[in-house]
Design a protein around this ligand. Structure first.
Ligand SMILES: *[C@@H]1O[C@H](CO)[C@@H](O)[C@H](O)[C@H]1NC(C)=O
Ligand SMILES: *[C@@H]1O[C@H](CO)[C@@H](O)[C@H](O)[C@H]1NC(C)=O
Ligand SMILES: *[C@@H]1O[C@H](CO)[C@@H](O)[C@H](O)[C@H]1NC(C)=O
Ligand SMILES: *[C@@H]1O[C@H](CO)[C@@H](O)[C@H](O)[C@H]1NC(C)=O
Ligand SMILES: *[C@@H]1O[C@H](CO)[C@@H](O)[C@H](O)[C@H]1NC(C)=O
Ligand SMILES: *[C@@H]1O[C@H](CO)[C@@H](O)[C@H](O)[C@H]1NC(C)=O
Ligand SMILES: *[C@@H]1O[C@H](CO)[C@@H](O)[C@H](O)[C@H]1NC(C)=O
Ligand SMILES: *[C@@H]1O[C@H](CO)[C@@H](O)[C@H](O)[C@H]1NC(C)=O
Ligand SMILES: *[C@@H]1O[C@H](CO)[C@@H](O)[C@H](O)[C@H]1NC(C)=O
Ligand SMILES: *[C@@H]1O[C@H](CO)[C@@H](O)[C@H](O)[C@H]1NC(C)=O
Ligand SMILES: *[C@@H]1O[C@H](CO)[C@@H](O)[C@H](O)[C@H]1NC(C)=O
Ligand SMILES: *[C@@H]1O[C@H](CO)[C@@H](O)[C@H](O)[C@H]1NC(C)=O
Length: 792
């Protein structure tokens, strides 16, 4: 059929349009820019595209202006958040980029970047996002961003506000190397396609590497270095998958001179600046600094600022001071001394700062020290950095030996309390305590999100491979215990740390869930908690790697094995010492009191600082390990979370340790709360006093079939026959003058913990205070008889 004239015309027009659109389209997106394309102007709407189409370069409009910068961005993210590199020159719409006939690259007539000595015929955008002109490349001249496959060696990043630098592939600094505030464990080498950021020495940073995603490493304007992954499925969000600093206040330059940086009310990145007593905020100053209310004269004193660290604009002198007085007097006699830092851990750490102003002040538990700020004697405002210390009290002194049992002193308890409240370096160390400070502000949900898979800190629990665990434990050859949660093996890591490796049984949930839970457990730092160092989740294995506590569990010290009727606990027996038939040393009253207090505080920490999230649910002497100086350490905390309630009940029954379970475990009408742990602790407390297993019927005390240990103890206690409850092994050491108060408090507290109704039991925080003697203990009611029911 012959074509009619109009349809032929239309067809011609169609082909005309088709062939003419095609070249005009390719003219707008080219893969290299050369002389024949010059000049290139912002108004032309042209872009340079990498051959794989993943990156685009061109004039990018600056927001809210009519200006442009020559930039490179992810083609998939054509907005300001996709930009990975930018030239600093701003041009207007008539600006131009030209390759001259002499092969020079000129932007608005001047050499582009530092290409003055480079002649080349074309500008190319490579597949990895590298813009290349002769021997000049954007990868060797980065701005604030690094891309996968970009060589990190020998380059520097500068934050776009020009304030912070990342230098030597390792250190974050403010202005100059002198003001370094962070370093990665090893120099960074680069990131591969899968997002794995390698460091020198075959190590790498923990992030979300694995699946192919758009990723970038950015030195943000807040001074932190972060790795971001692009999640199109999450509303095209850049998700932070790693960051250098968790405490933003450690970044220098957050506050002005003399001010102290304090974390903001969320975990994200906010901080605020606080003036110490004796100082007022700067009026109208550009930076948030502080000025002295009254300049220093002859009469001065010191204000204590706990966990505050300063630097000065003058010099710093660090000495090893024999005691606090030496450190203090050194500063008070020096006119130029502005204050001093001191550690209470017995190391004699003492730093004097001189100069005219203090700088870079920040609060962090990781400082492990207090700062003593010199102010005028007339200054009456109390220190605003004192209360935070009390959270960090602990029961075990570091580098201090156990006080000798006093012969005739009723101040024993107080001495212990004093020693116990000394700062302990170990406890305070680490970012973890930061969390207790923040608990007032953040809810568990936020915490869990932050700690989830997407945001693992570099310092989080180490993920071991199964073969590493196998090597460390010598193919699981040294079984040291069998607990409710699984078998425990002793092992040694390549760095010679001795570990206890626990292979969990019957754990529910997927890998990601397990990882998230473990991360939270690993964040629980307390001197009286066993530290979790790492884990393994491979091939269905669920393995936890703990620090090894050499002395073993408390039950072996408390309950004499050579007594009869111990068959009941044979399931629980730690098998570490088949070769040690000799008696373990007997725990004296002071040790027992200290163990009780330490355990109470650690549980209180778990319940209160950790927002009741970590109910222990399995408190018994087997789970209380004794470290150096018989410092108690709770193990297995947080693991209950990995199990279901029904499992817990059946497990405990099968294990034959009903003695520590609160009534609500079998009475399903009552919810399980933290008060269940209080009950278990009450039992342990009573056992500490009596040296008798609560569910073991002792020949000597067996009077009736209705043997109920707490009830029996209560009766003795009421009859003022305390001696009959006391452990016979140390009954002779009992000196009513020296010990009555301590023992009385322990028994009374236990009675309150063992109340049948959970509401009547005190909280764990209160229990700790009752033991300390800082609250009055009312007369408890007799704990009612409670039977767990039939046992098989
Ligand atoms: C510039 O590049 C185009 C391809 O993009 C090519 O056809 C042209 O010959 C090149 N011109 C010069 C002068 O190299
Ligand atoms: C610029 O060119 C792209 C294609 O290269 C096109 O999608 C876009 O609409 C153009 N923008 C303007 C303002 O012309
Ligand atoms: C380009 O990006 C796509 C996803 O947008 C990715 O699958 C591909 O691997 C990338 N190519 C290169 C060479 O990075
Ligand atoms: C640009 O203007 C919009 C609205 O006027 C404003 O919300 C935005 O913050 C501005 N952006 C910048 C970078 O100033
Ligand atoms: C663009 O900037 C140049 C100088 O960089 C100036 O001479 C020119 O007048 C400006 N043009 C417009 C339209 O603003
Ligand atoms: C680049 O070309 C310019 C202009 O022709 C010339 O002056 C210069 O010497 C050349 N530079 C190099 C490194 O070849
Ligand atoms: C590039 O090469 C030229 C001449 O070969 C040299 O002068 C210049 O320093 C080189 N630039 C870089 C960044 O290596
Ligand atoms: C990275 O750059 C450094 C210095 O420029 C060079 O020595 C090294 O070989 C480069 N590494 C890779 C993997 O290209
Ligand atoms: C950092 O540099 C800026 C400008 O170069 C200067 O104003 C500021 O005082 C410097 N800060 C420090 C702490 O040296
Ligand atoms: C942290 O930032 C994210 C996104 O910017 C926000 O959704 C979240 O609410 C913030 N968290 C807190 C505790 O402010
Ligand atoms: C501190 O040590 C000095 C010198 O060793 C000593 O004279 C002084 O009495 C000590 N002060 C205290 C409070 O122990
Ligand atoms: C205080 O900060 C300085 C400088 O960052 C650091 O060298 C020092 O170790 C810190 N002191 C403490 C006790 O953390």
């Amino acid at each position: 059929m012959p074509l009619s004239t109009p349809s032929f015309f239309l067809l011609t027009l169609f082909f005309f349009l088709l062939f003419n659109l095609q070249p005009s389209f390719s003219q707008q997106q080219f893969s290299s820019f050369n002389t024949s394309h010059s000049p290139w102007q912002p108004s032309q709407n042209r872009t340079l595209i990498s051959t794989n189409k993943n990156f685009t370069a061109g004039f990018f409009p600056l927001p809210n202006t009519t200006l442009f910068t020559f930039s490179i961005w992810f083609s998939q993210v054509p907005n300001a958040k996709g930009i990975v590199w930018s030239d600093t020159t701003r041009v207007n719409s008539s600006g131009s980029l030209v390759i001259t006939s002499e092969f020079e690259l000129l932007l608005n007539g001047s050499p582009f970047q530092d290409t003055a000595n480079t002649n080349a015929s074309q500008l190319v955008l490579e597949n990895n996002g590298n813009l290349v002109f002769g021997n000049w490349s954007s990868f060797r001249n980065p701005t604030n961003t690094i891309l996968p496959n970009q060589n990190f060696t020998g380059i520097e990043l500068l934050s776009s506000n020009g304030k912070f630098r990342f230098i030597k592939s390792q250190f974050l600094v403010l202005n100059s190397t002198a003001d370094q505030y962070y370093g990665t464990p090893n120099p960074l080498v680069g990131m591969d396609d899968a997002g794995k950021m390698s460091m020198v020495g075959n190590s790498f940073l923990t992030s979300d590497y694995g699946d192919p995603r758009l990723r970038k490493v950015v030195l943000d304007d807040d001074g932190n270095l972060r790795i971001y992954s692009f999640y199109p499925e999450q509303n095209n969000k850049w998700v932070e998958v790693w960051k250098g600093l968790w405490e933003m206040c450690r970044i220098k330059g957050k506050c002005g001179s003399n001010a102290i940086c304090v974390p903001g009310e969320d975990l994200n990145s906010s901080t605020h600046c606080v003036c110490p007593s004796g100082f007022n905020p700067n009026q109208g100053g550009s930076e948030e600094g502080c000025t002295r209310k009254k300049s220093l004269s002859q009469d001065t004193k010191f204000v204590r600022l706990d966990y505050v660290n300063y630097t000065s604009d003058g010099s710093l002198t660090e000495i090893k001071a024999g005691n606090f007085t030496i450190c203090e007097s050194g500063c008070s006699t020096d006119k130029t001394c502005l204050g001093f830092g001191f550690k209470y851990d017995g190391t004699g750490y003492c730093v004097w700062l001189t100069g005219t102003n203090l700088q870079f002040g920040y609060w962090s538990p990781g400082t492990e020290a207090a700062f003593f700020l010199k102010v005028d004697k007339s200054e009456s405002t109390p220190s605003n950095f004192i209360g935070l210390t009390e959270v960090m009290q602990t029961t075990c002194p570091v580098n201090l030996s156990l006080p000798l049992p006093p012969k005739d002193s009723n101040t024993t308890a107080r001495n212990i309390a004093i020693i116990c409240t000394l700062f302990a370096a170990e406890l305070i160390a680490g970012v973890a305590f930061f969390w207790s400070f923040l608990k007032r502000y953040i809810k568990y949900r936020d915490m869990a999100t932050t700690l989830g898979l997407e945001l693992l800190p570099a310092g989080g629990p180490k993920r071991f491979t199964y073969s590493e665990i196998k090597a460390a434990t010598n193919d699981f050859s040294n079984l040291i215990g069998k607990g409710g949660f699984g078998d425990v093996y002793k092992g040694e890591l390549p760095d010679h740390r001795v570990v206890a490796v626990k292979c969990l049984k019957n754990v529910t949930g997927g890998d990601a869930e397990f990882w998230a839970e473990v991360t939270i457990i690993a964040r629980m730092h307390h001197l009286n908690l066993v530290r979790l160092w790492g884990f393994c989740a491979e091939k269905g294995q669920r393995i936890l790697v703990y620090e090894h506590i050499p002395c073993g569990s408390m039950d072996k010290y408390l309950f004499r094995v050579n007594k009869s009727h111990s068959n009941n606990d044979k399931h629980l027996k730690d098998q570490s010492s088949p070769n040690t038939p000799q008696q373990k040393p007997t725990l004296d009253w002071n040790m027992r009191y200290r163990i009780a207090l330490g355990v109470a505080r650690a549980i209180a920490y778990l319940h209160e600082e950790c927002l009741e999230w970590v109910l222990h649910c399995d408190i018994k002497p087997e789970n209380i390990l004794l470290g150096d100086d018989f410092c108690p350490k709770i193990s297995d905390f947080g693991l209950a979370k990995l199990r279901k309630k029904e499992d817990m009940v059946t497990m405990s029954r099968r294990r034959g340790t009903p003695g520590y379970m609160a009534p609500e475990w079998v009475n399903s009408a009552e919810p399980i709360t933290s008060k269940a742990d209080v009950y278990s602790f009450g039992m342990v407390l009573l056992e500490l006093v009596s040296g008798i297993r609560n569910f073991e019927i002792q020949d000597s005390v067996l009077r009736s079939e209705e043997w109920y240990f707490p009830g029996w103890a209560f009766d003795k206690f009421k009859e003022m026959r305390v001696e009959e409850i006391l452990d016979r092994q140390i009954r002779n050491d009992y000196d009513s003058r020296a010990h009555f108060d301590m023992v009385n408090r322990m028994v009374k507290t236990a009675m309150w913990c063992l109340q049948e109704k959970p509401v009547l039991r005190p909280t764990m925080g209160k229990v700790a205070k009752m033991l300390e003697g800082t609250v009055e203990i009312l007369e408890p009611k007799k704990p009612t008889v409670f039977f767990l029911g039939v046992e098989e």
